[in-house]
Design a protein around this ligand. Structure first.
Ligand code: ZN
Length: 309
């Protein structure tokens, strides 16, 4: 079923967001030249109106896939092997040889659980028959097959245990392994920039990056959200996200259920509407609160705001 279902694909291509007016208005706003009655820009069929908020890079632009010629919506990542973007890309499973993402994650979960039950059964069966296992042949030695079996079982059980931690994180924060790796990297670069202490990772694997390169890496791995200004019309703000913010976390049950949903979009507008709903209400109110407090930078300005907490 993991293969039959496949990781999923994006059914509709999403054209670039129409951000020109926000960009130029942002620049006018910073110079105090913004006319509040300025007419809205003329709709362009090659562009689409952006959602209220979306994940973006440090300057506030959405992530674009040049292969698929579409905006990467639904937290998608491009697979060069499959030749298209995959929504909610979690990881590439070496043992099964396929990508685990939105469509086949639940089947992968079932697959792992079946193996866990099998390993528990092997442990129970080995201990239930411990008398014959311990008294192999005429001498009091362990059965060689039992030793190999318990060793293999132990190895695979540990691997599954690690996977269980990964599942727990997925359901707790609604963040995929890809998200988690990115957050981890940003944390590592931030630590290098702002902490006087050396992290264990730096001590074990020293890197030759200078401060500017580390800063550039930090800006590249840092997550940002581009959001409509709650008070100013036609202005957008680029806000950096601290690692402790989980934009898609809607509670464990809702996070779990989301993997079972089948999304079948017909138009790009439907995808854009869906993009807004992927963010939790708690996160949205946190974002508006931050913007009102003057955090982040106006979309259209040359500034880049890193998180320094
Ligand atoms: Zn792509």
């Amino acid at each position: 079923m993991i293969f039959l279902k496949g990781p999923g694909s994006i059914s509709v291509k999403v054209p670039p967001y129409n951000l020109n007016k926000y960009y130029s208005n942002g620049q006018l706003y910073l110079q105090n030249k913004l006319d509040p009655k300025e007419p809205e820009s003329i709709p362009d069929p090659d562009f689409i109106d952006p959602p209220q908020l979306f994940l973006c890079n440090s300057v506030g632009l959405p992530f674009w896939c040049s292969n698929c010629r579409s905006i990467k919506t639904q937290r998608a990542h491009h697979s060069s092997k499959l030749g298209h973007c995959i929504p909610k890309f979690d990881h590439y499973c070496l043992y099964i040889g396929t990508i685990i993402a939105q469509n086949n994650f639940t089947w992968f979960l079932c697959f792992v659980m079946c193996f866990e039950v099998l390993f528990i059964y092997i442990y129970v069966a080995t201990f239930a028959n411990s008398r014959s296992v311990l008294n192999y042949g005429s001498e009091n030695t362990l059965h060689p097959a039992a030793i190999i079996m318990v060793a293999c079982n132990g190895f695979f059980s540990l691997m599954l245990l690690a996977l269980n931690f990964s599942f727990a994180r997925v359901f707790k924060f609604n963040e995929t392994s890809v998200d988690f790796l990115q957050i981890g990297k940003a944390k590592q670069y931030r630590f290098k920039l702002y902490s006087k202490r050396k992290s264990l990772r730096d001590f074990l694997f020293p890197t030759k990056l200078n401060r500017d390169q580390t800063y550039a890496q930090f800006i590249n791995t840092q997550r940002y959200v581009n959001v409509e200004h709650p008070d100013q019309l036609n202005i957008r703000v680029v806000l950096p996200l601290p690692e402790n913010q989980h934009p898609f976390n809607k509670g464990r049950w809702e996070n779990f259920i989301d993997w079972f949903r089948k999304y079948d979009f017909q138009t790009a507008e439907e995808v854009v509407v869906h993009e807004e709903t992927t963010f939790s209400n708690t996160f949205k109110s946190w974002v508006f609160q931050q913007v009102k407090a003057g955090e982040g930078h106006i979309f259209g300005s040359a500034d880049i705001t890193p998180v320094t907490v």
